[in-house]
Design a protein around this ligand. Structure first.
Ligand code: PEP
Ligand code: MN
Length: 336
């Protein structure tokens, strides 16, 4: 924290501030710049836990600058400008666009294999598909469970694709870890700190979705929970937030993509499917995401969208995916 005081403040006022800092045990250095007295404090923990409200009440203190963000792992700093997540030959956060596609849910072995082979032929590097579906209604299809892991594994072995799969509960991590390449934390679990901490102890990449009403700061601090435990392979996924609009399922916060990329070194992914909730809005939103600088785009696809057991309204067909995948790579090229 930097305390900026008026240089012409009375000695009494200056001494009061220094004495209070000494009392709390905060170390500081003092410099004079023009008409300002600059007090640089370095003890982040003491500043965080000490009562520094006296500074806010002091009329000679003209500014308090919080520089503690540079102390947090998710933010960019001079030594860490970019995180590139390598999963064998797939690089997320490098200069290439990574396409992730697949059904909302794994429904059968045939379904996931057919999808995997198709998307592999059309530029995708990662297969998506949930086995546990966190549905708004407890009466909706909630996934086929752990048996889906074998289907995903076979589909990936046959095609060479990597996969991403949502983990809902800490107790499933062990069963999933040998099948899954990226653990997805869904929007409803962004605040599930025990789950985040546990994934932080693992060595697998995590795709962290933004909560329905999650602020950027909350989202980044959820990522911080994972990084703090030692796992630095975290990608942030914007999937639409809840706003007053009801014409789409959620509102895609497109500006968050370039914004996060200015403050954080973590890769940013966009899921236009859950943002839109309407299949014909998915291609334009995917294109906007690439233009805005997304490192990867994750799209829900199905060989028969109308028969998809979950999220059928927002699911595009394999043919529609084939078309958009080429267009997205073209857009990426234009940005180079
Ligand atoms: C999903 O990706 O299938 C999913 C459930 O997403 P979200 O957590 O964004 O709703
Ligand atoms: Mn879905």
């Amino acid at each position: 924290m930097i305390i900026v005081m008026k240089n012409n403040a009375s000695e009494k006022s200056k001494n009061y501030v220094m004495n209070k800092l000494n009392e709390i045990g905060i170390n500081y250095n003092i410099t004079n710049i023009k008409d300002k007295l600059i007090i640089c404090c370095t003890d982040y923990d003491k500043i965080k836990h000490g009562d520094i409200s006296f500074l806010k009440r002091n009329k000679d203190v003209v500014n308090l600058i919080d520089i503690s963000s540079s102390n947090k792992l998710v933010y960019k700093n001079e030594n860490k400008l970019k995180t590139i997540i390598n999963i064998d030959d797939v690089r997320i956060g490098a200069d290439e666009l990574v396409l992730i596609a697949g059904p909302c849910a794994v429904e059968s072995k045939e379904q996931i294999k057919e999808t995997a082979h198709f998307i592999k032929e059309h530029n995708a590097k990662i297969l998506r598909g949930g086995i546990f579906k966190p549905r708004t209604s407890p009466y909706s299809f909630s996934g086929i469970g752990l048996k889906g892991l074998e289907y995903i594994k076979e589909a990936c072995e046959e095609t060479g694709l990597k996969n991403v799969c949502e983990v809902l509960d800490i107790s499933d991590i062990s069963a999933m870890k040998d099948y899954v390449d990226i653990f997805q934390v869904g929007t409803r679990n962004m605040y599930n700190y025990p789950l985040l901490k546990e994934l932080g102890k693992r060595d697998k990449p995590v795709l962290l979705k933004r909560a329905l009403s999650g602020s950027v700061e909350e989202w980044l601090m959820s990522a911080e929970y994972i990084l703090l435990e030692g796992n630095h392979n975290v990608m942030l996924c914007e999937r639409g937030i809840r706003t007053f609009n009801t014409y789409t399922r959620n509102t895609l916060d497109i500006s968050v993509v370039p914004y996060i990329k200015t403050i954080s070194h973590l890769p940013v992914i966009v899921d236009p499917s859950h943002a839109a909730g309407i299949h014909n809005l998915v291609p334009p939103l995917a294109m906007a995401s690439v233009s805005a600088g997304a490192d990867a785009v994750m799209i829900e696809v199905h060989s028969q969208p109308d028969k998809s057991l979950s999220d059928s309204e927002q699911t595009i067909s394999l043919q529609e995916y084939a078309k958009i995948s080429g267009q997205l790579l073209e857009i990426k090229k234009l940005l180079e």
